[in-house]
Design a protein around this ligand. Structure first.
Ligand SMILES: C[S@@+](CC[C@H](N)C(=O)[O-])C[C@H]1O[C@@H](n2cnc3c(N)ncnc32)[C@H](O)[C@@H]1O
Length: 438
């Protein structure tokens, strides 16, 4: 071995010990913090803790935990090595079959809450619950793979029991719907995304996607959802699980923008759904009025009834399709979590539809995801945001955007939009702003 190759070999071995030492040190810090407060750590035992007690520890513990997650992954991947890593990545798709089967055949409901059940007895219960015949040997192979992925356990050979992960499917409806949606409803579209890219290269149309190939129709994803009541319910329920993820809380929309500088103004909350974002900002900004626009389907009498009594004189829920020319001449137009569902072609149409109502100085305030430059975030954070970007391709040919993409969107829509900049709130969403200067 030459000296350079030897040095490289040594430093690659050093990297393993550097990582393991850092993991040990940080785990010690975390364990001390938990012990000091008498807190437990998560466990896969049926009676274990399903979540790290994030709300009960200080900021340093939260940071150290993130670092341990990143470091252990790095060490794991390095010890595996690139060849095995690639093999594992390609092969792991098979692991989604058990999760899909568990959701589809209601297996978590069929396993008793305590004690265990034989695969033969389980087959009878699964048939009763789901109407599908699964032979015991298929149930056994499906669940034994699930067990290797930390779901269920087999306390004695031939009998299966719950563990903490599988119990979550019964305890947490939003999470159960999250698992069901991404397996039962999305595995086909995910598998057909590349076929859609071949069939419709570079498409910006919402009905030329993996969803269309899988279900063989020409509807957009949202029409596809509306056509199937069970699917629409699964989607709406799983969104609660998404919405409750760290960093997406409405409080960041309230605290992340200098609302006070708008003075006594009217804000149009575009695609504002039932108004919860406007309610939250209005509570904190007594000088602001809000007009919440959304499609007619969102304007049920129950939704109108939900306006808090103290806000009825400042917040109104109205109907407007944001592709149609805007009729409300206001000081600001807020778009929270809207544009990432539209390809550039349609996002530009939405911005142009504002123009008839815009008066000089009117602001367009966007609160949405911004893609980071590569390598800026931790690998895990970057993976999460890039997964969302590719998922938008699968679902509707839309996209997440970097700061320059947002800027370009305004430029393409109309040169009279004056770019004000983009900044991150303390949560995960950014604010992106332009002013109308005719
Ligand atoms: C992801 S939700 C965001 C809701 C809200 N802005 C928030 O941040 O919680 C997207 C919203 O856009 C609405 N929407 C979709 N197409 C629309 C259109 N053409 N005109 C107006 N609203 C629309 C939907 O009904 C839905 O309420």
């Amino acid at each position: 071995m030459g000296s350079l190759a030897k040095a490289t070999a040594e430093s690659s071995v050093d990297q393993l010990t550097i990582l393991s030492k850092a993991i040990e040190e940080k785990t010690q810090i975390l364990a001390n913090k938990l012990r000091a407060k008498g807190l437990g750590a998560p466990s896969f035992q049926a009676d274990g803790l399903s979540d790290f007690p994030l709300n009960e520890v200080d900021d340093e513990a939260i940071k150290v935990r993130q670092e341990i997650i990143a470091l252990t992954k790095e060490l794991h991947d390095l010890v595996l090595g690139p060849r095995e890593w690639l093999k594992t990545m390609a092969w792991d798709a098979i692991s989604y079959i058990p999760l899909h089967a568990i959701c589809e055949f209601r297996i978590a409901e069929a396993v008793p809450l305590s004690g265990s059940i034989t695969y033969e007895e389980l087959a009878v219960k699964v048939h009763r619950l789901s109407g599908t015949t699964i032979i015991p040997s298929d149930l056994r192979r499906i669940l034994r793979l699930a067990i290797t992925n930390n779901m269920f356990h087999e306390p004695k050979i031939g009998s299966v029991a719950h563990n903490r992960t599988s119990l979550l499917l019964l305890d947490d409806t939003a999470l159960a719907n999250w698992a069901a949606f991404f397996t039962m409803d999305m595995m086909g579209p995910v598998a057909n995304t590349v076929a859609a890219m071949k069939k419709w290269p570079g498409s910006q149309e919402a009905n030329e996607t993996g969803v269309n190939i899988t279900f063989n129709h020409n509807d957009s994803f949202f029409d596809h959802l509306q056509a199937d009541e069970a699917l629409a319910r699964r989607y709406a329920t799983m969104l609660q699980s998404h919405g409750s993820r760290e960093g997406y809380d409405i409080s960041y929309t309230v605290s992340g923008y200098p609302w006070a500088r708008l003075g006594s103004s009217t804000v149009v909350d575009m695609g504002g759904s039932e108004g919860v974002v406007s309610f939250a900002v209005a509570e904190q900004s007594p000088q602001l009025r809000f007009i919440v626009q959304d499609l007619a389907g969102m304007r049920t009498p129950e939704a109108i009834d939900k306006i808090p009594k103290n806000l009825t004189n400042r917040v109104s829920l109205t109907t407007h399709d944001f592709f149609q020319p805007q009729t409300e001449s206001a000081d600001a137009y807020l778009f929270r979590h809207i544009f990432h569902a539209f390809s550039d072609k349609y996002a530009i149409d939405i911005l142009r539809a504002l123009v008839p109502a815009l008066r000089p100085g009117a602001r367009v305030i966007i609160n949405d995801i911004v893609l980071p430059a590569p390598g800026l975030l931790s690998q895990l954070e970057e993976k999460s945001i890039r997964t969302m970007d590719v998922l938008m391709k699968t679902v509707c040919n839309s996209r997440e955007r970097e700061v320059d993409d947002w800027r370009s969107l305004f430029e393409q829509a109309d040169k009279r939009f004056r770019w004000q900049g983009a900044w991150k709130s303390s949560g995960k969403l950014w604010f992106i702003e332009s002013i109308w200067e005719p």
